[in-house]
Design a protein around this ligand. Sequence first.
Ligand SMILES: O=C(O)CCC(=O)C(=O)O
Length: 199
Amino acid sequence: MAAPEPSCDRAGADGSGWRLLPEFLPRAEADSLFERLLERVAWCTESFRIFGREIPAPRLVAWCGDRGLNYRYAGTDHPCSGWLPELGPLRRRLAETCGFSSRLALLNRYRSGMDCMGWHTDDEPGQGAVVATLSLGAMRRFRMRPAARLPAVAVELGHGSLLLMPAAFPHALPRTRRPVGERISVSFRTVTGIPSRAG
Ligand SMILES: O=C(O)CCC(=O)C(=O)O
């Protein structure tokens, strides 16, 4: 029997605008996508300049999206030359089940518990109101702050889960000393209004 389609009404689990769909991708599909992304993506390390020093980010990254789109964040250009074929079906599924039409996906690969992402928001200029993040591989704890004066919310992001979250929420994926395997996140962005590079 086919699994029921997830409902993507974007109503927040606590009324603040976020929603977690723990089994968005069936297990077998999530396994195969994880393996293919590990093998086929040209992962790279980005560096950030802090107090005049180049500091490598503690994770590997990749991105893809509509040809000609240039997504700039953290002071770095991310020109797109098309979509990874592995993400095509997922992108269509997001559009069909959630009405979420993405123009770009940012991929993060966390090789161990020492790889992480610091606190930030995703509301760069041109970014749509919501980001949709698929998690693959090891479960990791994600933290977000839906309201400035309330404590951060911790959510365990498991293999095949989808998190829909307002782009303006501060969020982080902290380091952990627990032994954990690799994890990949694929963060789909609508990025309306960003000019194309190549016209
Ligand atoms: O890996 C994650 O779940 C977090 C990714 C993230 O914060 C981002 O892409 O902005």
